[in-house]
Structure formats: C-alpha cells, structure tokens
Design a protein around this ligand. Structure first.
Ligand code: PMV
Length: 330
C-alpha cells in the first residue's frame, strides 16, 4: 500500500464517561459507567498513513506534531498492528491528521482522531481497505475496543448516529431519529485540566459513588425517551430533562475535586437557559467551557438572539447526527 485515508467524526456524550479504572493495563480507558452518545456529521478528522523514506512521522493540521502526540500515535498503531498479528513495519510511515473544526472548541478531536487512526491502521496492517472493511464488518466490537485504547470516547465514534458504550466497547443503538447539535464556543484555548486528569480526579470525588448509583436508572430512562421521541414530542422533553441533569451532575462531580471547566460566560448562559420555561433545545457540556445544544430542528437564530441579549462573545459550530468512519480517496 502507498497511502490510505479515512475520515471519522467526533461524538457528543449524552450520558458522560467520567472516571475510569486506574492502574490495570488489561483495562485501559475503561469507563466506570456505561455512556450514551451521538456521533456528529459536519465535524471530522481526516487521517492518512503513507509510506515515507524517513523515520516514523506525525503531522497534525499541517505541522509536525508534538513529540508526545507523535509517540501516542506511534504507540497506538503498534498496538493495532500487534492485535492483528501484522508484520508491517512501523518505521517509514507518515501519519497526517487534519481536523476541519477548531481544536479545543469543545468538540472531542481525540475521539475522531483515534477512530480515524485506528481505521487507517487496520487497513495498513491488513494491506488493503477492502480487507479492513471485511474485518470490521466481522469484528465491530473489536474495532470499537481498539479505538478505546487510544481514547475512551473514541470507541463511540465507530458508528452512529447513537452509540452505547459498556465495558470494552460501544455498539450502535437501534434509534432512527434526527437531532441537531449547535455548539456555542466561548473559548478555543486548551483547557487547564485535560480530560485525562479530570478522569483521575473524578475517581476521588466525594460525589462519585452517589452518581454511579443514580446512573443506571437515568441511562435506562434516557434510552427509552430517545427511542420514543420520534413518535412522541413529550418524550424529547423528558430526554432533555435527563440530558441537562446529567451534564450538571458531571460538572458537580468534577467541581467537588476542585476541577472547574466552566467559564463565567458558561454560567451566565446556562442560568439564562434555565430561566426560560418553554425551550425546545437542551444543553450538555463536556470537559470544557463550551455548550452543546441538542434540538430536533436548527436553532441558530434563536440561540444567537439569547447570546446577543446577554452580551457574550461566542462563535457557533452547527452540527447534526452522523455516521461512523469511512475510507476516502485522498
Ligand atoms: O475520551 P476522553 O478521555 O477524552 O474523555 C471524554 C470525557 C467527556 O467528554 C467529558 C465525556 C464523554 O463521555 O465523552
């Protein structure tokens, strides 16, 4: 093979993965609780592997990647090649990855990044896209598991629109429903506490035990509400209530460990939303200050009006539910 390229999309968690098993090499990035997510459509990472005459190289968004990132990418490919018992060499490979969305905009580039990387890695190891597609069709959970080795949430980007991750891997939920994600970006700066550190802190949170007790019921109710939303709009309101309750709880668990992801603008905006009675869109927030608004219709105008009324500086990324990764010509 000379070159293989794939695209993958980030996902937004409706039920969050927050806290993971520590110090067990056989369960790397293994969440303490099942999670539920929606794969996005417009935001994407495009990743290629090609033969190169140099040593292993990694490029991110057109520039040579940081040493740490390059090591992570190399290490991940090594695991993928070993899992497939492939003898293809790791040197003389160039990996290039490009996001079409602003990095650190509250859109998880590690999820789309590791999903696309795993897919091209499988094709490289098996020496053909066709072989990779056949292998994945036969081993969808193993594919998701391999993505998880790179980044936990990446295991939920392997399909879409809705995914459920439990234990080693994620599987597609049988829900046929169109949802939009309007992302309000208050900051594009890298967060002070990475999600890796956030997970470690969460394990020590005094609020974690209570959260883990409540989650199975919330997860079950949310799945049911999503499944019924298409036929019954009242169920979407029920889904929204659970979505917001879940996001607020994840951030409380985090706050109790002195890890704060919100900015003042996040708080002002969320409080303004909470004061509006009739809303047809609902918020969720990952490990950062930016807010995802989930709706059944595009809501750009309505949201811009609220934000302008609050005098906040923001940018908006409009997205919607999408599918799993694909090979592309590139
Ligand atoms: O996959 P990680 O390590 O980037 O963790 C993701 C954590 C959250 O985005 C906050 C929640 C989630 O389930 O995606």
């Amino acid at each position: 093979m000379i070159r293989v390229t794939a695209k993958a999309h980030p996902n937004i968690a409706f039920i969050k993965y927050w806290g993971k098993i520590q110090n067990d090499p056989s369960r790397v990035n293994w969440a303490l609780n099942p999670s539920l997510s929606m794969t996005l459509k417009n935001a994407q990472t495009l990743t290629s592997i090609e033969a190169s005459s140099n040593e292993f190289e990694f490029f991110l968004n057109g520039s040579k990647g940081l040493e740490d990132d390059s090591l992570k990418v190399r290490d991940h490919l090594k695991k993928v090649f070993m899992a497939l018992q492939s003898k293809v060499p790791l040197h003389n490979i160039r990996v290039s990855s490009q996001n079409n969305f602003p990095t650190s905009a509250g859109i998880a580039s590690s999820a789309s990044g590791f999903c696309a990387l795993t897919l091209v890695g499988i094709a490289w190891a098996l020496e053909g896209q066709k072989f990779a597609m056949e292998w994945i069709a036969q081993n969808p959970r193993r594919f998701s598991e391999m993505c998880r080795w790179g980044s936990g949430s990446a295991c939920r980007s392997t399909d879409g629109p809705f995914m459920f991750w439990e234990n080693e891997a994620a599987t597609k939920l049988n829900i046929d429903f169109q949802l939009f994600d309007t992302i309000v970006i208050f900051s594009k700066e890298s967060k002070l506490t990475s999600s890796r550190m956030g997970h470690i802190a969460a394990n020590e949170s005094p609020l974690l035990a209570q959260r883990l007790k409540l989650l199975p019921e919330r997860t079950k109710l949310m799945k049911t509400a999503l499944q019924k939303s298409q036929r019954d709009p009242a169920q979407f309101l029920e889904f929204g209530k659970l979505l917001e309750e879940e996001a607020l709880e994840m951030h409380q668990v985090s706050r109790a460990t002195k890890v704060e992801y919100w900015m003042p603008a996040t708080k002002i905006f969320i409080e303004a939303l909470q004061q509006r009675d009739a809303r047809n869109f609902f918020f969720t927030i990952d490990a950062g200050p930016n807010v995802h608004l989930i709706s059944t219709k595009p809501i750009l105008l309505e949201v811009s009006e609220i934000l302008n009324g609050l005098n906040l500086d923001y940018e908006i990324w409009e997205d919607q539910c999408g599918e799993g990764p694909q090979f592309v010509i590139g």
